[in-house]
Structure formats: C-alpha cells, structure tokens
Design a protein around this ligand. Structure first.
Ligand code: ZN
Length: 85
C-alpha cells in the first residue's frame, strides 16, 4: 500500500486561530452597578469597556475607522484612494 498522504502528514500542523467570542455580560448589569466579575469597580469602568473593545476588535471596519482617527496620514491616503476610484 502506497503512502499517498505521507507528504500531507509531514506538513507542519496549521495553527488555526481559535476564535472565542467575548462572553456577554449579565443582562442585569447597569453601567453604574458594581461589575459582576467581582472587581468592585463600576461595570461601566470595568467589563463594559472590555466587551465594547472586544466587539470593536471583531469589527474590521470599526478598527479601520479608529486607525484613521489616530493616523491623519493614513486618513489622507484613504481619502485619495477613495477619490480616485
Ligand atoms: Zn468586570
């Protein structure tokens, strides 16, 4: 029996990124309540931002918009590209 798949088996294992969606905060959490994670910080100063940041990190468009806000040169370049099209 020929080992047709030997080459495949010898390939380095692909490191697939593990995508774990951020755990949604308990719905009863209000911004001014103490955070349910036990940090004794108000939710709006604790996990609310983590949740928002995680949502933003998962959103390429939002990430690009933030990059453009923080980088005027990039923003100008993007504008030029958009005008050309
Ligand atoms: Zn928290």
């Amino acid at each position: 029996m020929t080992d047709r798949f030997a080459a495949l088996r010898n390939l380095p294992r692909l490191q697939l990124p593990v995508v774990t969606p951020p755990a949604p905060p308990p719905k009863k959490c209000k911004p001014n309540d103490l955070c349910s994670c036990g940090s004794h910080i108000k939710y709006k100063k604790c996990c609310m931002h983590k949740t928002l940041n995680a949502a933003r990190d998962n959103n390429p468009l939002a990430k690009m918009q933030e990059l453009m806000r923080s980088n005027k040169e990039l923003a100008a370049t993007m504008r030029k590209l958009t005008n050309k099209a």
